[in-house]
Design a protein around this ligand. Structure first.
Ligand SMILES: [Zn+2]
Length: 585
């Protein structure tokens, strides 16, 4: 009885505007979910079995989806309802805003422009994917380029390989010039000033606010970066028998864009410890990490429908080798695409990808409408995966699994140094610095194409302290050699945010829940940690991300935890670098 009368009260409290919005959003959510499933299945087929037929099916399903999400009457109704915000519940407002953000990528109020963009995007992807790099006039794959940069100690050879890796730039520049205009045009159709602004709108931020946030990250991490930069340039000068440079020549580093500085700390390499693990056991161990925290087992269909292991080079079937995790129907059809092998990288990647899977599982509940089955912001999903990778690399966790012996004596500096260089700190100066600033200039400030390469290298020099082996003029377009510049534009700051976020969440878990040292801890089997993670993930996109973060950690987004995590490393570096010239100014 009590329950019934409560229902009556709440029914009376519903405003007519809310009723209208509910009816509208019921249809939108149902149709969105159905079309999303069809489009995801087509994409899944195309990613796990690359054929022209599957590509064509993906394009057709994508167009059907876009015809719905960008429908003019959908846009009109959502806008009208949002004019009566105060008569609607906060979740309804967020759903309507999401309808408009989805529409803004392909608003059918201007079908000609949208069609032009779709064609230009597809062409750019095809130029990029089919580009053949050449070294000494012989074709060389991207993997071979990376392997040579990992292994060669011959600077002449390194320079030739690095230069080969930049060959795709001029081929991609005309398409990117076209897309600069088309992407901005599409964004303006729904009132966003430019494409960069449309992307950061998912954070409820303006371009200037996002750029400032990224500059704050760099300002706070600069002392640590300068120490790392100095240590690395002295190490590399010694390795190559060269005088110590001011800036690091790009071809001295293993990564084509100097984004992660790998291969510098041999003592942190654990690959030998994984040699006798089967790929199957690696994925199962990752699942056990989550069930140990109190999460349910993965749905049975995860194991039957996923594509987890490499196909051999002689196999007729070709699959995408980039790891990913998919929520195909926005319900229980969750799959992962990986090529798991017996090494440390895949051990951490498996933990990372299942982080996405458990994010999907946590927010798939009646309280979260399909439109809001997303991360709290675009960085949260990635941040959660990264957090679990960090947890999976902790020595006490590896000891609890028997991967490292109980009496294993870790070299704490080696692990911190490798962590900082290979995945965290130089990455911020690349992502928050070069990538964010260059794309903000291209989209929000309409930087003209005759200045693209000069601006790119100005940012690499200023933010990263890296310089090209020789002058790079406007006949090159080195930015366009980066995949995400072409296919995930104006998004890269999300990786910087995810990186900062992971240290904040990890710090809260280690200190407040586990009461262990964040640099040496184990989440294994702790139900309180599971409840903490579920509390964030089960909200999906129903609340403002700033509130979700503050409720979880008690603080705003900041590098505080990251700086603290690396404090012992900072002390060590200052000792190593004593008497050395710090920085490049
Ligand atoms: Zn991920």
């Amino acid at each position: 009885m009590a329950f019934l009368s409560m229902l009556l009260v709440s029914a009376q409290a519903v405003s007519p505007m809310q009723e209208r919005a509910d009816a509208f959003l019921n249809i939108v959510n149902d149709s969105y979910k159905a079309l999303y499933y069809v489009a995801s299945q087509a994409q899944w087929d195309a990613a796990t079995d690359v054929t022209p037929e599957h590509d064509a099916a993906t394009e057709a399903a994508g167009k059907a989806m876009a015809a719905f999400t960008g429908n003019p009457s959908l846009i009109k109704t959502a806008k009208e309802l949002l004019e009566h915000k105060d008569e609607l519940t906060p979740i309804t407002v967020r759903e309507l805003q999401r309808v408009l953000l989805n529409a803004a990528e392909g608003p059918m109020t201007n079908p000609k422009l949208v069609a032009e963009r779709v064609t230009a995007e597809a062409k750019q992807a095809s130029v990029m994917n089919s580009f053949v790099f050449k070294l000494d006039d012989k074709p060389i794959t991207a993997n071979e380029i990376d392997d040579l940069l990992d292994s060669s100690r011959d600077l002449k050879k390194r320079q030739a390989v690095w230069e080969a890796s930049k060959q795709s730039g001029p081929a991609l520049k005309p398409g990117l010039v076209k897309l600069q205009g088309l992407r901005n045009g599409v964004a303006r159709e729904l009132g966003h000033p430019d494409y960069f602004s449309l992307q950061v709108a998912s954070y409820g931020m303006t371009t200037d606010e996002m750029v400032k946030l990224q500059d704050d990250f760099m300002r706070e991490l600069k002392p640590l970066y300068l120490q790392l930069h100095t240590w690395v340039k002295y190490e590399l000068a010694k390795k190559y028998g060269q005088p110590v440079p001011k800036r690091i020549p790009a071809h001295w580093l293993n990564n084509r864009w100097s984004q992660n500085w790998t291969g510098l700390v041999e003592a942190a390499n654990l690959d030998d410890r994984f040699k006798d693990k089967t790929p199957e056991s690696i994925v199962k161990t990752a699942e056990s990490f989550y069930t140990g925290l109190g999460f349910p087992p993965l749905p049975a269909t995860f194991w039957t429908k996923s594509d987890l292991y490499p196909v051999s080079a002689t196999d007729k079937r070709k699959k995408n080798t980039h790891a990913s995790c998919w929520h195909l129907d926005l319900e229980n059809d969750i799959r992962s695409l990986m090529s798991v092998q017996s090494n440390e990288r895949w051990f951490e990647t498996a933990h990372h990808e299942l982080g996405h899977a458990y994010y999907f599982i946590s927010y798939t509940r009646p309280e979260v409408p399909p439109l809001l089955r997303i991360g709290a912001n675009p960085a949260f999903h990635e941040g959660m995966g990264e957090l679990i990778s960090l947890a999976a690399s902790q020595v006490p966790y590896l000891q609890s699994l028997g991967i490292l012996p109980a009496d294993y004596k870790a070299d704490p500096v080696a692990f911190l140094l490798n962590d900082a260089l290979a995945s965290s700190v130089p990455f911020i100066f690349w992502s928050s610095g070069t990538m964010t600033h260059w794309e903000a200039d291209v989209y929000a400030k309409n930087l003209t194409p005759d200045q693209w390469n000069a601006r790119w290298w100005q940012y690499v020099r200023d933010f990263q302290g890296v310089e090209p082996p020789t002058e790079r003029g406007e006949e090159f377009c080195d930015a366009a050699t980066k995949t995400h510049i072409n296919d995930t534009p104006a998004y890269y700051y999300s990786y910087a945010i995810a990186n900062v976020l992971k240290f904040q969440l990890h710090d809260t878990i280690a200190r407040k829940i586990l009461k262990q040292d964040p640099r040496s801890c184990s989440y294994a089997g702790n139900k309180e940690v599971g409840a903490f993670l579920r509390g964030i993930m089960e909200k999906g996109g129903t609340e403002d991300w700033r509130k979700v973060l503050r409720d979880a950690t008690g603080e705003d987004l900041s590098t505080r935890a990251m700086v603290e995590y690396f404090k012992p490393l900072m002390t060590w570096l200052e000792k190593q670098n004593k008497g050395r010239q710090i920085g490049w100014e």
